[in-house]
Design a protein around this ligand. Structure first.
Ligand SMILES: Nc1nc2c(ncn2[C@@H]2O[C@H](COP(=O)(O)OP(=O)(O)OP(=O)(O)O)[C@@H](O)[C@H]2O)c(=O)[nH]1
Ligand SMILES: [Mg+2]
Length: 347
């Protein structure tokens, strides 16, 4: 009898084991697949690296632009200018990329008032007069919110490099920085920003290629808020200004970044100075979509003509806040009209 009971008991246990095993295999009991969220990778930076920074000399970096003004610099006349001299000033100004409007304004002034203190002095004063815009830089947000600087602009203008240089500047000034790798179109883009994070000691939030850029920016702001970081610098993909859906996406990123706890305190449009007047038409497209508060004009060290600064401010009504004068970490400086114009024109 006992044997029979043991056998029955064993059979019952065996039957239960089979049922449980089947249930485990049953697809109905498998957990539903998780929604395809981008995998956000966060990199901790243990210690701040030491960067060797070469302090750029503006006059040297603006060499090409400066040489355009050579003919104005060497005009010794004071007082009324001859037609030949006016022609030279006109040619120099147009070549320097200040644009037709500024050139005409300077020539009108020279015809009417002459150049009592010399031509270079008069041209210098006229250029400075066109650069008299308010140039404040906001890096604080309302209480409880995280200030965000958003960077927009077409491919290759220097957005990511500018963010790297600015991260260095902030970290040097004692601020903690979170970079948001909002350019998710190419894997290489967030790699490039990661390198800047490593070099500068900034924190970074990035995601896999193809992830939603808004989510990355949102996560970066969340991380900055959680850690009490001082500022978020948000990269975006370089995009064609004439493609409406891409500009829509930019507006969306901006809305996400401006939602609590984030607050967009600066939106920088990055423009490549070597593209001259083309930079202006790009800028107009972006201006509408992104609520731009300042311009970063890069690559003024190369073949660019420095007068483009004047044309941009005059035609767009947006202040240039930083200029890029090289590829090194220290090669971005706050734009100061006096120092800039002096380095172009002064002997
Ligand atoms: N000479 C010089 N080169 C610069 C300057 N700023 C950026 N560059 C170079 O310009 C190239 C493009 O810079 P990126 O920062 O990758 O440009 P981006 O706007 O992020 O480009 P995408 O990510 O493709 O949209 C790089 O080789 C930079 O080193 C500058 O002020 N001077
Ligand atoms: Mg980039």
């Amino acid at each position: 009898m006992t044997v029979i009971i043991i056998i029955v008991a064993l059979l019952v246990i065996a039957a239960l084991v089979v049922v449980v095993a089947r249930r485990r295999r049953s697809p109905a009991l498998q957990s539903a697949p998780r929604p395809a969220m981008p995998e956000v990778l966060v990199t901790e930076v243990a210690e701040r690296p030491q960067l060797v920074e070469e302090v750029p000399v503006l006059e040297q970096r603006l060499g090409a632009s400066r040489s355009i003004f050579e003919r104005v610099r060497s005009m010794v006349t004071a007082g009324a200018l001859s037609q030949d001299q006016l022609d030279i000033v006109e040619e120099v100004l147009l070549r320097s990329d200040v644009g037709v409007a500024t050139t005409n304004a300077v020539l009108d002034d020279l015809r009417t008032n002459g150049a009592p203190e010399g031509t270079a002095h008069a041209v210098r004063a006229a250029l400075l007069g066109s650069l008299d815009r308010e140039r404040t830089l906001t890096d604080v947000a309302d209480p409880g919110r995280v200030p965000v600087w958003l960077f927009v602009g077409v491919n290759g203008v220097g957005k990511t490099t500018t963010i790297g240089k600015l991260a260095h500047r902030h970290v040097n000034e004692g601020r903690s920085v979170v970079l948001a790798a909002g350019d998710t179109f190419r894997a290489a883009a967030s790699e490039q920003l990661q390198q800047w994070a490593d070099r500068t000691g900034a924190d970074i939030v990035r995601a896999a290629e193809g992830a939603d850029p808004g989510s990355v920016v949102h996560d970066a702001i969340g991380r900055a808020a959680a850690r009490g970081a001082d500022i978020v610098l948000a990269d975006t993909a370089g995009r064609r200004a004439n493609s409406t859906n891409l500009l829509d996406e930019l507006s969306k990123i901006r809305r996400v970044a401006d939602r609590e706890p984030g607050q967009v305190v600066e939106t920088f449009m990055v423009l490549d100075a070597t593209t001259g007047q083309n930079a202006l038409s790009q800028a107009r497209e972006f201006q509408a979509a992104a609520n731009v508060t300042g311009i970063v004009l890069t690559k003024l060290d190369g073949t660019a003509r420095g007068g483009i600064v004047v044309a941009i401010e005059r035609e767009l009504g947006i202040p240039v806040k930083f200029v890029g004068i090289g590829e090194g970490v220290g090669d971005l400086i706050p734009f100061e009209p006096h120092a800039f114009v002096d380095s172009l024109i002064d002997a």
